[in-house]
Design a protein around this ligand. Structure first.
Ligand code: F6R
Length: 612
């Protein structure tokens, strides 16, 4: 949510900034801007535009000669999408970019107004720039420190001071910043994808510490000016992992990367024990005790990550026989949740930066619960602040709609449920091993599912003019329906709802009329007959029924109830979420694509939601 980049060094700063912003655009794309240090009377040149980074590029003069600057791509929070509200913001000697929300900006604006300072934008960010400028007496760190004591909320700032050319100062609280230094210069960004061009080695700026970037070095100090040595991290993927590689959209590429994402998440955690295959988290440092000592589990996450949790809940309750609840992280933090040292809180997050999920980790720890996070981005805030972390190895996910991160999160939940049920004795070693064998076969099953792309293309053509659509299922299929629904609506802008199939007739069935598409998931043998009854109910109201089922169940389907029948590749019934997810993602993808929409960057959304 908002992408930040800063560079000082020996390259053409405007190019570094514009390329970095293009890589970060998935974090926000309603306006963009850069500020560069130039050797003119007015030493900082600011250029901003509404729209995408490509529009900004069109107005940046080729003659702009600078080796230092900061750039920002915005997802509007305070103030509309206008050039004055776009970043960078400028006040006196200070020019800055910001990711986050300053909650007390109104009060600060009131105080600053008394000293004759009036903002030109409607943003909280300009108030922060004004505050820092009002505190600046030649010592940048001192001004930043004093400002941080006044600012409430979340922020990552990159700051230029007019009298310190070619130097960038950074501080963050709650919003991410990663930094690297190479022979070409020093770079700071919201996300590693923008640094990758320069280095695979980087560090995450610790919270409430100040980084000073010069052409040759990066120094970090705490707020008292004491030097800090941040922990260096590295990524094992390269630029190609963050590019489209011939696919029309990142989303389509990421859908096709799911076999590998699952393989990389699962393989290092399956160990041979004699002839048996048993999941093992010793390399992740996650002890069995974590589950054995828990009398309840709460899964807290947002959006798609929360939907992975819905699948995780069913698996864990079935196998571990302890209560598992799934909470929307943004609600959880304000519900005064009943948790204690016997509660295990599992948070799930691709980015590892989602503000509400991070708050759930903090709250849980405060209340004495143990926290385990399932996270994709190494070194992210949620990973660092949780007691234990299980990384998914999905690689960088650029499309706003999450696909491979979701199936990798599912894989993580399967590993967790099987390992701890085995450790607890509720699952025999033999059964656990059989499940592990099935899980190892999932990457191949996903590959097979991808072969049936054409059915989803055809179907999507039929769905393109729809206004409303329903996904129904029971048990695991209901959990999947929730994910299918968010995927479709976020990128195709077609209204859809996910319903527990038995619940439809308690109100929503009145919306199902002739031709309304209903996607019915019927993969679970124990509720298959019940599902077919529910399908008949919508069929009787004239719905256009798309039935997704398994090869075992397909022959049992009365074809008169399904306009389209999609049979998934053969897997154990517990594992159908993986293959069904791929079909549902493809339906969303092609529907959006046929509607001519911006699949990777749907309106109003951003990838990493670092504000509440
Ligand atoms: C939907 C989607 C979002 C994210 C949600 C949480 O496709 O991607 O719903 O799942 O914003 O983000 P993370 O996983 O980064 O915490």
């Amino acid at each position: 949510m908002c992408g930040i980049i800063g560079f000082t060094g020996y390259l053409d700063a405007k190019e570094v900034l514009l390329e970095g912003l293009a890589a970060l655009e998935y974090r926000g794309y309603d306006s963009a801007g850069i500020a560069c240090c130039v050797k003119e009377e007015n030493p900082i040149k600011i250029i901003k535009s509404v729209g995408k980074v490509s529009e900004l590029r069109n107005i940046v003069p080729a003659s702009l000669d600078s080796g230092c600057g900061i750039g920002h791509t915005r997802w509007a929070t305070h103030g509309g999408v206008t050039v004055p509200n776009a970043h960078p913001h400028h006040a006196g000697r200070v020019t800055l970019i910001h990711n986050g929300i300053i909650e007390n900006y109104h009060e600060l604006a009131g105080e600053l107004a008394k000293t004759g300072r009036t903002p030109v934008s409607q943003t909280d960010t300009e108030i922060a720039a004004m505050l820092i400028d009002s505190l600046y007496e030649g010592d940048a760190c001192d001004a930043i420190k004093k400002a941080s004591e006044r600012l409430d909320g979340a922020y990552a700032f990159c700051i230029l001071f007019a009298d310190q050319p070619d130097v960038i100062y950074c501080i963050r609280k709650g919003s991410p910043l990663v930094i690297c230094n190479t022979e070409e210069g020093s770079v700071v960004a919201s996300d590693m994808v923008a640094l990758l061009r320069y280095s695979k080695e980087y560090f995450v700026l610790p919270e409430s510490q100040i980084a000073k970037l010069t052409k040759n070095a990066v120094t970090v100090t705490d707020l008292d000016g004491e030097p800090v040595m941040p922990q260096m991290l590295s990524v094992n993927w390269d630029m190609s992992a963050a590019q489209k590689n011939g696919y029309k959209h990142y989303m389509l590429k990421e859908i096709h990367e799911q076999p590998e994402a699952v393989l990389r998440t699962v393989t290092p955690r399956i160990k041979k024990q004699g002839e048996l295959l048993i999941p093992n988290f010793s390399e992740d440092g996650i002890p069995d005790e974590l589950f054995l000592s828990a009398d309840r589990v709460i899964i807290a996450a947002c959006g798609t990550a929360m939907h992975a949790g819905l699948v995780g809940r069913i698996l864990m309750e079935r196998l571990l026989r302890i209560p598992v609840a799934v909470e929307v992280a943004s609600e959880f933090r304000y519900e005064d949740p009943i948790i204690n040292e016997h509660t295990l809180v599992i948070t799930v997050s691709q980015s590892g930066e989602t503000a509400d999920t991070l708050a759930a980790v903090r709250l849980s720890r405060e209340k004495g619960a143990k926290t385990l996070s399932i996270v994709n981005v190494k070194g992210s805030s949620i990973a660092r602040e949780s007691d234990y972390v299980l990384y998914t190895h999905a690689g960088p996910e650029i499309a706003v709609a999450s696909t491979k991160a979701y199936t990798a999160q599912l894989a993580a939940f399967y590993l967790i449920a099987f390992r701890f049920a085995y450790a607890k004795g509720t699952l025999s070693a033999q059964d656990c091993s059989a499940y592990m064998k099935s899980l190892s076969d999932i990457p191949k099953a996903i590959e097979d599912t991808l072969l049936s792309k054409d059915i989803t293309k055809e179907l999507s053509k039929r769905l393109t003019p729809s206004h409303d659509l329903f996904f129904i299922g029971r048990g695991l299929d209901y959990a999947l329906s929730c994910e299918a629904s968010i995927k479709l609506k976020e990128i195709s802008y077609i209204h859809s709802e996910a319903y527990a199939a038995g619940e439809l007739k308690h109100g929503t069935l009145s919306l199902v009329t002739t031709g309304v598409p209903v996607v019915a998931l019927a993969t679970q043998p124990d509720v298959f007959a019940k599902m077919i009854s529910n399908v008949k109910e919508v069929c009787a109201r004239g719905a256009f029924v798309i039935l997704i089922t398994t090869p075992q169940n397909a022959p049992l389907v009365d074809r008169s109830v399904a306009d389209v029948l999609i049979s998934l590749p053969e897997t154990e019934s517990e594992f159908t979420p993986f293959t069904a997810a791929v079909i549902l993602q493809l339906i969303a993808y092609y529907t959006s694509s046929y509607r001519g929409l911006d699949v990777d960057q749907p309106r109003n959304l951003a990838k990493s939601v670092t504000v509440e």
